[in-house]
Design a protein around this ligand. Structure first.
Ligand SMILES: Nc1ncnc2c1ncn2[C@@H]1O[C@H](COP(=O)(O)OP(=O)(O)OP(=O)(O)O)[C@@H](O)[C@H]1O
Length: 581
């Protein structure tokens, strides 16, 4: 065994988190010809070639990339059912009683919630996301965002939440990696029944034992036969759903102008901390913010006491075109009404327009279409090996080759490289090594956001030029202010994304991105300023002129040492122009 171990080594020195696959070093010496080497029941990657040189773009055996998991016969429990049926609750009970374990969720909010829950239950639990690492002494449990799942450690119990996201165009590959790679005796998968046949097929080759547990909704959900009627019929606990920031603020104004309610807002580009605070304010019985206006960002990750979901539209712009909402989207959003054990245990759902009701009703009665394929992305080892054989190819070309030539089994689809290719095009212009380029490519940047894309370009250019990126060289801390309009709000949300990206990079290249603390505190300030804007953007408050009574005032926030340190001038600018929209 010792000798075989020696024969196997990683193809390149990469950080442990990326060591997903192993390449046979003998094959490398032999110019990767046919290899018969076997280790721990796994064949060398090159044996998948029957003749000639291996096609490294062949991604048909991804289960072989995870040798630690393959050494186990895992007991897999698939908890499937509608939202609010107790799937996660049951999976987490197993995690809580295990001797070691990991929770993998799709959102930082979910990872935070689970870490808090375990720590409260006296199970020390680390929190690890792309941008934060809170390690607890002696912890044998971790709560992580799925991209951070460690596929080299062994656990007694693991949970992957929202497993139907294996089919997600952009993030599916991270779920596939966790599904195939987590080395745990027990693996609990929670999600939509639509993912069951695919997961069963994918796991056929792993030798794991699979048990499916079906769940029913814990509280009733009633689709109403009538539409909203008028905005004066809005009541406490309602959540109006729409899909653009502009619409969210329009609807907020329409509700608040009736003089009866104030609205919290939740949408994707708000910082997660801000989303949580808005949700808390909405849930808080004593708060005036008793109505929620939100996008589909409420579908996952937030505990919300919603009585009735009201769809303002059944169409959504998905980055390419405006299309009808899909059945799973409608079910996921509608399912947020009526939370088990909350003040509104019976949920209701309706639309603003009567003509949208048929689509709502038919969707809620239908089962979600089966998920047919899971996302996949080559490991860094594969990319690196390919690059050694094609030394002139840039990362953009390498990825294109994988896209074009990948011989995929019907169970997998190649991850949507569109965003990744945009970054590859930027970093290929710079004198950077493959690993650095790879890191920039998998960073959480939104290249459709102009400011965020500029931020990434600057970081990559400065890093290539000097090897170190001081935050102050490209960002002047003292300039942040409470937004005065929706445009400046949008800008501040983008600045938050850039700072978030800096923090993400600093976790991976600590010496080269040394200002993690400064970036984190600036991020927190962005969130505070955005929250201040949202709280003051109350039309009823404007009419009553009671800004001064705002208990969560900017003045108070400015007392915090963080604000005093970086933002003395924030105190000066305490007036805000309400948007004219
Ligand atoms: N047996 C139980 N006892 C007490 N509370 C429960 C129980 N089962 C579920 N709950 C509570 O009901 C709510 C919904 O449960 P849970 O989040 O597990 O549902 P889910 O099916 O995973 O929903 P989603 O798909 O939205 O994540 C949670 O607040 C959870 O704490």
């Amino acid at each position: 065994m010792a000798r075989s171990l020696l024969r196997w080594r990683l193809s390149s020195p990469v950080p442990p988190k990326l060591r997903d696959s192993m390449i046979c070093s003998d094959c490398l010496k032999l110019d990767i010809n046919i290899c018969s080497h076997v280790f721990a029941g796994l064949r060398c990657l090159s044996t998948f070639q029957r003749s000639g040189k291996p096609d490294l773009t062949d991604l048909t055996h991804p289960h072989t990339w995870y040798p630690v998991a393959r050494r186990k016969k895992r007991n897999i429990f698939l908890h499937v059912g509608p939202t609010n049926s107790g799937k996660t609750y049951n999976a987490l009970k197993s995690l809580e009683t295990s001797s070691s374990g990991v929770y993998c969720g799709p959102l930082r909010l979910l990872a935070w919630e689970v870490a808090q829950r375990l720590n409260r239950a006296n199970v020390p639990c680390n929190l690890i996301t792309g941008q934060e690492r809170e390690e607890i002494d002696g912890a044998k449990h971790s709560s992580v965002t799925v991209e951070m799942a460690d596929v080299t450690s062994e656990y007694q119990c693991a949970v992957i939440d929202e497993i139907q996201m294996v089919g997600c165009r952009t993030r599916g590959f991270s779920f596939t990696r966790a599904l195939l790679g987590i080395a745990s005796d027990e693996l609990h998968l929670c999600g939509d029944p639509a993912a069951v046949p695919l997961i069963q097929r994918i796991l056929e080759v792993t030798g794991d034992v699979i048990k499916v547990q079906h769940y029913e909704r814990l509280s009733p959900l009633i689709p109403l036969k009538y539409p909203l009627g008028s905005f004066s019929d809005i009541r406490k606990g309602d959540c109006i759903v729409t899909f653009s920031r502009r619409e969210i603020y329009k609807l907020k104004k329409k509700v608040e102008i009736t003089g009866k309610h104030l609205c919290s807002v939740v949408y994707g580009s708000l910082p997660p901390e801000t989303r949580t605070k808005q949700a808390k304010m909405f849930n808080d019985e004593s708060s005036e913010f008793d109505v929620l206006v939100a996008s589909d960002a409420i579908g996952m990750g937030l505990n919300l006491n919603i009585s009735r979901i009201i769809f303002s539209t059944m169409k959504k712009f998905d980055g390419v075109c405006t299309r009808d909402l899909t059945i799973p989207e409608i079910k996921q959003i509608a399912g947020r009404a009526g939370r088990y054990g909350s003040n509104f245990p019976t949920g209701e759902v309706t639309c603003i327009d009567a003509e949208d009701l048929p689509l709502l009703h038919s969707s809620l009665e239908s089962s979600s279409p089966l998920i047919e394929r899971a996302g996949l992305f080559p490991t860094f080892d594969l990319l690196s090996l390919y690059s050694r054989l094609h030394s002139k190819a840039g990362l953009y070309n390498i990825l294109e080759q994988f896209l074009k030539k990948a011989k995929l089994s019907p169970d997998y689809f190649i991850a949507d490289y569109e965003e990744i290719l945009k970054v590859a095009a930027v970093v290929d212009e710079l004198p950077l090594g493959l690993y650095d380029k790879y890191l920039f490519c998998i960073s959480p940047v939104d290249m459709n956001d102009e400011i965020a894309a500029q931020g990434l370009t600057q970081f990559a250019e400065n890093y290539a030029k000097k090897g170190i990126v001081q935050l102050r060289e490209i960002f002047t801390p003292g300039r942040l202010q409470v937004p005065k309009s929706q445009n400046s709000l949008k800008e501040l949300e983008s600045v938050h994304k850039v700072l978030d990206l800096y923090v993400w990079l600093s976790f991976r290249m600590e010496d080269s991105f040394p200002d993690c603390e400064l970036a984190s505190s600036q991020k927190a300030i962005c969130s505070l300023l955005i929250e201040e804007f949202l709280e003051r953007l109350g039309w009823q408050r404007q009419l009553k002129g009671n800004f001064q009574q705002n208990s969560f005032s900017l003045q108070q926030k400015a007392q915090s040492s963080m604000l005093r340190k970086y933002f003395p001038q924030v105190l000066v600018d305490s007036q805000i122009e309400l948007t004219k929209d």
